[in-house]
Design a protein around this ligand. Structure first.
Ligand SMILES: Nc1ncnc2c1ncn2[C@@H]1O[C@H](COP(=O)(O)OP(=O)(O)OP(=O)(O)O)[C@@H](O)[C@H]1O
Ligand SMILES: [Mg+2]
Length: 259
């Protein structure tokens, strides 16, 4: 199967996850969320983590975000070990309430740029306007979050993440709470944004269909504790809706449910 992205095999990996085991310590239990997980994300990959509920997808994203340190293995971004959160990794979550409710769309995006020290003044305003327009919300730039639909709020979160121009955009089931039609629209929109800027995205989902649509590469994780089952290339966008999409989905389905 051909690779849907660019000639990534020749470039250096952007993100290297090497033998990563992640655990939560509660007062009574030690929960192993992922065990010995390894994968590499290359520049401009749309890399999808796919697996059943509880297999550790969000935990992996949190660790890459720098909110949780591995008990074994290492996570490196551009060759440097990740030890804390940073503006080089922006996260978009599933929930619609990621925005500051007392700030407008513009102020939410500008606040991230300002607080991280990325940009100030006219440059900051222009950058915010650019990304808000890219997600189709130019008309709502002065609106407050509570006046927006769930899909629109997710677009603001995506604009805010992209405006930071991070090395990698981390998306944790960003469309899971949307209705099917809006979800599909947002997926297509993400692909169009990617066509424009070729940003690197690490996208978590438990939907096989979403993984095939969004991903250039797909990592399959086993149920709790998450371990790598397989890593595969997805199909090019032009083959969506053809027999190769159903064939790949059937193949992934079989792999996820095999023991
Ligand atoms: N804060 C926490 N304290 C203790 N255990 C946790 C915590 N967060 C998650 N876990 C456990 O770690 C495991 C992995 O959870 P995680 O949220 O990463 O799964 P997931 O793959 O994102 O699932 P979902 O698809 O439902 O979002 C689960 O067994 C979960 O119960
Ligand atoms: Mg999760």
């Amino acid at each position: 199967m051909s690779h849907a992205g660019t000639a990534q095999q020749t470039a250096a990996p952007l993100l290297e996850i090497d033998g990563v085991t992640l655990q939560y310590k509660t007062s009574e239990h030690l929960v192993t969320a992922t065990r010995n997980v390894s994968f590499q994300v290359y520049p401009s990959d749309r890399f999808v983590l796919l697996g059943p509920s509880g297999c550790g997808k969000s935990t992996l994203l949190k660790a890459i975000g720098g909110y949780l340190n591995p008990v074994a293995g290492s996570i490196r971004l551009k060759g440097r070990e990740i030890t804390e959160p940073g503006p080089d990794r922006m996260m978009v979550f599933q929930e619609f309430d990621q925005l500051l409710p007392w700030k407008t769309v513009r102020q939410n995006v500008e606040f991230a740029l300002h607080a991280s020290g990325r940009l100030r003044g006219a440059e900051m305003r222009e950058r915010a306007e650019h990304y808000i327009a890219m997600v189709g919300l130019a008309k709502f730039i002065d609106s407050y979050p509570h006046t927006l639909s769930g899909g629109m709020k997710q677009r603001v979160s995506i604009a805010r993440g992209m405006a930071m121009e991070p090395d990698v955009l981390l998306m944790d089931e960003p469309y899971a709470a949307l209705d099917a039609l809006t979800r599909r629209k947002m997926q297509d929109e993400l692909l169009r944004l990617w066509d424009d800027t070729r940003f690197t995205v690490l996208f978590v989902t438990h939907s096989i269909e979403e993984a095939v649509r969004i991903g250039t590469r797909i990592l399959l994780l086993s149920p709790h504790p998450g371990q790598v089952k397989a890593e595969l290339n997805s199909i090019p966008e032009s083959e969506l809706g053809t027999a190769s999409q159903s064939a790949l989905e059937a193949r992934i389905n079989a792999m996820l449910f095999s023991h």
